[in-house]
Write a new protein. Structure first.
Length: 199
């Protein structure tokens, strides 16, 4: 009864994003809430953002040409061996400037392996940050939905109507639409988009 600030749902299935991406936008509903004793009509609005789920990055492929690998003599305590060989490794990823190094292991090979793992982890973080920036570009500022900026209206009182302001489709079954019957809206939107409507 108090409403929701945010709802997140995951929808899985073949073509789920292609079929539902048109739901993104402003949605406005006009109804008499259960808590309204005087029977007055209230208007509420929300923003819907439909985003494709990003595929997990199993591994980052790094081109050897993008790396500068330096070896140097490890410093600090470690007995006779550690100060006699160039076992420490520093790896610089040239496109990003990220530098990782390791001198904890006895062999150069082990240090290189550890430094590469650290580099991959840092590059994954860079990739995640880019994806978040992309999501923010898609969703934009969703703090408010002003009257007239919505893409679809649901009127439950004083009459029954759903109107998609992009395709122009009007339906008289808002309860069915709110329960998930979107087929007519999907078809009308796709026809409107193919006819030159703004995506």
């Amino acid at each position: 009864l108090g409403g929701y600030r945010e709802v997140i749902a995951r929808i899985a299935g073949e073509g789920a994003y292609a079929k539902l991406e048109f739901e993104s936008g402003g949605h406005r509903v006009q109804r008499v809430p259960e808590t309204e004793a005087q029977g007055r009509i209230h208007t509420s609005a929300c923003t819907v953002a439909v985003l494709p789920e990003a595929d997990p990055i199993a591994d980052i492929q790094i081109s050897p040409a993008d790396l500068r690998i330096d070896t140097f003599r490890a410093s600090g305590a470690g007995g006779q061996h550690i100060n006699k060989t160039d076992s420490a490794v520093r790896i610089t990823h040239l496109p990003t400037g990220i530098v990782t190094s390791c001198q904890n292991e006895r062999s150069q090979h082990q240090n290189k392996d550890r430094a590469m793992k650290t580099l991959k982890a840092k590059l994954l973080e860079v990739e995640r940050a880019k994806r978040m920036d992309r999501i923010n570009e898609i969703t934009g500022d969703q703090s408010s939905v002003n009257f007239g900026s919505q893409d679809r209206n649901y009127v439950l009182q004083p009459y029954q109507q759903v109107k998609d302001l992009r395709s122009g489709l009007e339906l008289t079954n808002p309860d069915a639409v709110l329960d998930g019957d979107l087929d007519d809206l999907m078809e009308a939107y796709l026809r409107w988009q193919r006819a030159g409507g703004d995506p």
